[in-house]
Ligand binder design. Structure first.
Ligand SMILES: NC(=O)c1ccc[n+]([C@@H]2O[C@H](COP(=O)([O-])OP(=O)(O)OC[C@H]3O[C@@H](n4cnc5c(N)ncnc54)[C@H](O)[C@@H]3O)[C@@H](O)[C@H]2O)c1
Length: 218
C-alpha cells in the first residue's frame, strides 16, 4: 500500500494487513465466544504480544468490555471494532475501470455482493462492450466517467483493470475527479499525490517472489 509521497498515519501498513487477517480468523467463531490473544496467535502463526500490540493502537475503537481477564476478547466486540477501524462497517462504493477478463472476474466475485463493498459502475473504452450487461451492471463508456463521478453516488474506491499502457492516465483522471483510493492490477507502480492511497497488485512480481522462496525450502 502506498500513498503519494508521505505518510499520513503512524500506523504501519503491516498492522492494517494483520487486522484484515484477524477478521478472517474471527469469522468462523460465534460472536458470543471469547478468544485470548494466545489462542489467536496459535491459530494465525503469530505471537500473542504482536496481536496485543496491534490492537493497543486502536484501544478507543473497542470501548467498554473489551478484553476480560481470564477469558480474552469477546469475538463480537473485537470483530465490530476491527470492522470500524477498517471502515467496512459501512458501504463503500466501488467502480471498475476495464471490463475485460479481470474486470469481469472481479465483478462476479461474491465479496462484492456483501454490504461493505458495492460495485456501482463498470467502464470500458471498447465500443462493442459499452451497453452490454455484466453481472447485472451495464458497461458504461469511459467517456462518461467524469459525468458519473460528478453526478452519481460518492465513489470510495476505483479498481483499475486496464492495460498497463493506459493505467497511469486513467489513475490521473480518477484522482483529478476526486477519487481517493485506487486498487491497481496493471503491472506498473501507479504514482499518486499525497492525499491518495493506492494498492498495486502485481501478480507476476508475487510469482517471482514465490519462486525465490520455493528454491529456499526445497
Ligand atoms: N487477467 C489476469 O489474470 C490478470 C492478472 C493480473 C494482472 N492483470 C492486469 O490487469 C489488467 C487487465 O487485464 P485483463 O486480462 O482483464 O485485460 P483485458 O484485455 O481482458 O481487459 C482490459 C480491458 O480494458 C479496456 N480498456 C483499455 N483501455 C481503456 C481505457 N482507457 N479506459 C477504459 N477501459 C479500457 C479494454 O477494452 C479491455 O476491455 C492488465 O493490466 C493486466 O496486465 C491481469
Amino acid at each position: 500500500m502506498s500513498q503519494g509521497n508521505g505518510t499520513k498515519d503512524k500506523i504501519s501498513p503491516r498492522v492494517i494487513e494483520r487486522l484484515t487477517k484477524y477478521l478472517r480468523c474471527l469469522e468462523s467463531m460465534s460472536p458470543d465466544d471469547y478468544i485470548s490473544s494466545e489462542e489467536m496467535a496459535e491459530r494465525m502463526g503469530l505471537t500473542a504480544a504482536q496481536i496485543r500490540k496491534d490492537l493497543s493502537n486502536f484501544i478507543s475503537e473497542f470501548g467498554e468490555g473489551f478484553g476480560v481477564r481470564g477469558k480474552g476478547y469477546q469475538v463480537r466486540i473485537l470483530y465490530s471494532g476491527i470492522e470500524r477501524i477498517l471502515g467496512v462497517h459501512k458501504t463503500n462504493n466501488i467502480i471498475i475501470i476495464g471490463a475485460g477478463r479481470l474486470g469481469s472476474a472481479l465483478l462476479s466475485e461474491p465479496e462484492f455482493t456483501k454490504e461493505s463493498f458495492n460495485v456501482i459502475g463498470i467502464f470500458d473504452s471498447a465500443e462493442h462492450k459499452v451497453g452490454r450487461e455484466m453481472s447485472g451492471l451495464k458497461i458504461r463508456n469511459i467517456s462518461e466517467l467524469d459525468y458519473f463521478l460528478e453526478t452519481k453516488d460518492r465513489v470510495d474506491i476505483a479498481i483499475l483493470t486496464v492495460p498497463k499502457a493506459v493505467a497511469q492516465e486513467m489513475a490521473d483522471k480518477l484522482v483529478s475527479a476526486g477519487v481517493k483510493s485506487l486498487l491497481n492490477f496493471a503491472p506498473l507502480k501507479i504514482k499518486v499525490p499525497e492525499n491518495v492511497v493506492v494498492a498495486n497488485i502485481d501478480l507476476y512480481a508475487k510469482l517471482q517472489e514465490l519462486n525465490y522462496w520455493k528454491e529456499k525450502v526445497l
